[in-house]
Structure formats: structure tokens, C-alpha cells
Ligand binder design. Structure first.
Ligand code: AMP
Ligand code: GLY
Length: 431
């Protein structure tokens, strides 16, 4: 089978790394990919948002299956276009992609189907919102309705900051048209966890859980990022919470999709807030998480191509999905300055010193010829904010964590930053 993976980050590298292990997969293309992906797949120079280009490539190259990594092409309707061209595609169609592309769409879905989530109200008029400032108290949760590269949630602590944030979002339009509508939510407390699920029209199957670290600095300080590291499984789940999630979240979500005519096929990523009252949904994304995928797929024993194929054909219920008991930890190495502005083109060294059983997933890397007076050589350089995801497994959580950090220390590039506390379990999470 010939597979085309769309995207260029660590998530797509992890998907390709796993697909390449399938005896059914003969050839993998990636549009556009990165320097690490190029070692496992043939990268083609087509941007993930260039839907026409992706469709034309898939047709010309008789692609048997397309797999869509990022949310933007999903929201643009890439799945509908590929399917219309006769290409089997793993990922939700445009209608379902609203579950990530519109916070208001998801909140009304959750409310309509009585799925636990924070109370909310939506606004399209700045003055109305200013009149209601602090409506649920402080901190005030303000969410741009549309896609904002993971940065559209602002949580001011007091009225002055809330007014300033509303002015920035709706007045200065710092998120562009994504904040033409704003969803205000009750502030939830607890521990966050991500649950990724495979979904087809008849079945929802949770993958192993993962814990993400969203802030840039140790101790959860500093601005939000796309995610600075993960470990799997998350240690806050127990049988009781899993049962509640299954009965109050997963089953009503699938039933809701069926009732609302949402033909969801792909990955549903559920962001959860868990406290003594149970789990509530913070958000839905409709794709694999990045960097959750890196640590979760390291633990998948089943052929990923077989799972994707089953989802595309509504046969998910017939597949047994097996996971290894190993623990996984993924540490993201980011460019200096990220998530603000950062420089690209820094040479990465030490990639060849990494242990054989540790996988370094590439997120923002490129190949470059570096020449001095005497000679030229090929080097791998940074080309994004999140650059690499060093991912290790172990029989225990501590072993996986120690191995990941031991290998992190062998890699370097100018300005490299990472969190030292990825995988350190605090007492709240252990409960
Ligand atoms: P989202 O993009 O919706 O996942 O929100 C980004 C982050 O904002 C989440 O990971 C939470 O840390 C935080 N957040 C979102 N909604 C709430 C809420 N209702 N209460 C508390 N924190 C929230
Ligand atoms: N790591 C969070 C996300 O993929 O949205």
C-alpha cells in the first residue's frame, strides 16, 4: 500500500515511524515533512494547506490511503476533497472538523448531549462581553472561537487584565478573525490529562492516556506552547475515573455524533480536567495530539495501518488494539525564544549519539549544506519552534524518564531549551 501523510511535525514523524513497521505499507510519502521524516518517507514539497496540490499528488501517485495530521487542513475540508477524488482518507470531514475549529460548536454539542463540561456563554459583540466581564468570577476563561495555533485561550486573573484581554482579542484582533466570537467559560480546577480515541461511525476506542506539559518553563511557568513533553500512561486515571469517562463522556459523545449526523472518522482528542468530582471535557481536538502521539505510539503493539484502514471502513469494532506495558516519556527540545520569536538554521549535533532504542522524532528540522573554505557537508538544522522530541521507553516510569533525559544531554544546538521536569510525578497526580 502507498500511504501519504500530510503534515510536518513530530506527530507526523511518529505516525510515519509506526506506519513504516506495517508489512502492508510499501511506500510512505509525506507532504511536506521535515529532515527526520525524510529518513523514513519520501518528502514531497507540497504544503499541508495546499489542498489542491495534495489531492493532485494523491491521484497522480495512486495513493491507497491519505492520513491527515494537523487541524488546519482538516478544518479546510481536505478529507472531503480527497474522498471526492476517490482517495481513502484517515481524518474527520469538514463538518466534523468544527469540533476543533469552533469552540462554540463543541460547547453546544456537549451541552446538547449532557456531557460534563464547564458552563459557558458566547459573545460576538465586544461591548456585550465587556458588560459581562467576570460573569463566572475570576480567573476568567476567554476562548477565541476559531483556530489560533493553540494560543487562543486567555485566562486573566482580574477585571483589569480581563478588559485588556478582551480589547486585544476583539478590538486589536490579535488572533485575527478567530476571536470574532469568544466563548467564556467557568474556570475549572484539577489535573489535566489528554485522552486520544480512535473513532468510526459505530465505535469509540480510547488509546492509552498521556500527560502533556503545555507551558514553556519548569513548574508550569511561562506562556503556553504546543506542548513541551509528554508521558504515557498518565498516572491520574483509575478504574473509577475511567468508568465515569466511558459512561458520561465517550458513550454520549459517540451517540451524539450519530444523533447529529456527524460522520466522524479519525482521532478524537479529548482534553480533560479531573478533580474529586470526576472528569470534565475542556476541549475536543480532532486529530492526534503533538507531542502526545510520540509517547502513545511508542507503546502501540497493533499495526497502525490496520487500525486506520478499519476506521476508514467502519470496522473499528472488529480490531483488537494492543498496547505494551512499557512506560514512555517524550522530552521536546525547542528553539531559544519559543513560543515567542526564535531564530532558525542552528546546526543540531549529537543525533548519532542517541541509544538505539530511543527515538528522536523530528518536529522543526531541515537539511542544509554547510560549506567552509575547504569543503561542504550536509547538516540537520533547526527550522521551527519545537525542534525534536526525544522519546524513550522503560519498564518503569522512572527508567523511561532517566533514559529520555540521558539522551537529551547528548544532543545540542544553539539556544536549545527543554523542561527538566517532564515526567516528574507530583502528589496530586499520583492519587
Ligand atoms: P484549550 O485550548 O481549550 O485546551 O485550552 C488551553 C488551556 O487552557 C487548557 O489546557 C487549560 O489549561 C486551560 N483551560 C481551558 N479551559 C479551561 C477552563 N474552563 N478552566 C480552567 N482552565 C481552562
Ligand atoms: N499537545 C496538545 C495538542 O496537540 O493540541
Amino acid at each position: 500500500m502507498k500511504v501519504l501523510v500530510v503534515g510536518s511535525g513530530g506527530r507526523e514523524h511518529a505516525i510515519i515511524w509506526k506506519l513504516a513497521q506495517s508489512p502492508k505499507v510499501e511506500k510512505i510519502y509525506c507532504a511536506p515533512g521535515n529532515a527526520g521524516i525524510a529518513m523514513d518517507a519520501e518528502c514531497v514539497n507540497i504544503k499541508a494547506e495546499d489542498i489542491e496540490g495534495v489531492v493532485a499528488f494523491a491521484k497522480e501517485n495512486a495513493i491507497d490511503m491519505a492520513v491527515i495530521g494537523p487541524e488546519v487542513p482538516l478544518a479546510m475540508g481536505i478529507v472531503d476533497e480527497l474522498e471526492a477524488a476517490g482517495v481513502k482518507t484517515f481524518g474527520p470531514n469538514k463538518k466534523c472538523a468544527q469540533l476543533e475549529a469552533s469552540k462554540a460548536f463543541t460547547k453546544s454539542f456537549l451541552a446538547r448531549h449532557n456531557i460534563p463540561t464547564a458552563g459557558y456563554k458566547e459573545y460576538t459583540d465586544k461591548e456585550d462581553l465587556l458588560n459581562d466581564v467576570g460573569i463566572f468570577g475570576y480567573p476568567m476563561v476567554l476562548k477565541a472561537d476559531g483556530l489560533a495555533a493553540g494560543k487562543g485561550v486567555v485566562i486573566p486573573e482580574n477585571e483589569a487584565d480581563a478588559i485588556a484581554a478582551i480589547e486585544e482579542m476583539m478590538g486589536d484582533k490579535v488572533f485575527g478573525s478567530a476571536a470574532d466570537k469568544i466563548v467564556v467559560e467557568e474556570f475549572l480546577t484539577g489535573v489535566e490529562a489528554s485522552m486520544l480515541c480512535f473513532v468510526d461511525n459505530n465505535t469509540i476506542v480510547p488509546m492509552e492516556s498521556a500527560q502533556d506539559y503545555k507551558r514553556i518553563f519548569d513548574g508550569d511557568k511561562g506562556p503556553n506552547t504546543g506542548g513541551m513533553g509528554t508521558y504515557s500512561p498518565s498516572l491520574i486515571f483509575n478504574e473509577e475515573i475511567e468508568k465515569q469517562i466511558r459512561e458520561e463522556i465517550l458513550e454520549p459523545t459517540l451517540a451524539g455524533f450519530q444523533k447529529d449526523g456527524l460522520d466522524f472518522k479519525g482521532v478524537l482528542f479529548i482534553g480533560l480536567m479531573i478533580n474529586s468530582e470526576g472528569a470534565k471535557v475542556i476541549e475536543f481536538n480532532n486529530r492526534f495530539g503533538d507531542p502526545e502521539t510520540q509517547s502513545v505510539l511508542m507503546r502501540l503493539d497493533t499495526d497502525l495501518y490496520e487500525i486506520f484502514d478499519a476506521v476508514c471502513e467502519n470496522r473499528l469494532a472488529d480490531i483488537e488494539i494492543k498496547w505494551s506495558d512499557k512506560r514512555a516519556v517524550c522530552v521536546v527540545l525547542a528553539s531559544g525564544g519559543y513560543p515567542g520569536s526564535y531564530e532558525k538554521g542552528k546546526e543540531i549535533t549529537g543525533l548519532n549519539k542517541v541509544d538505539d532504542d530511543v527515538v528522536v522524532f523530528h518536529a522543526g528540522t531541515a537539511s542544509q549544506h554547510i560549506c567552509d573554505e575547504n569543503s561542504c557537508r550536509s547538516a540537520i538544522v533547526t527550522s521551527g519552534g519545537r525542534v525534536l522530541g526525544v522519546t524513550a521507553t522503560g519498564d518503569t516510569h522512572e527508567e523511561a524518564r532517566a533514559k529520555a533525559f540521558d539522551n537529551v544531554k547528548r544532543i545540542s544546538f544553539e539556544g536549545m531549551q527543554y523542561r527538566n521536569d517532564i515526567g516528574i510525578i507530583n502528589d496530586t497526580e499520583k492519587k
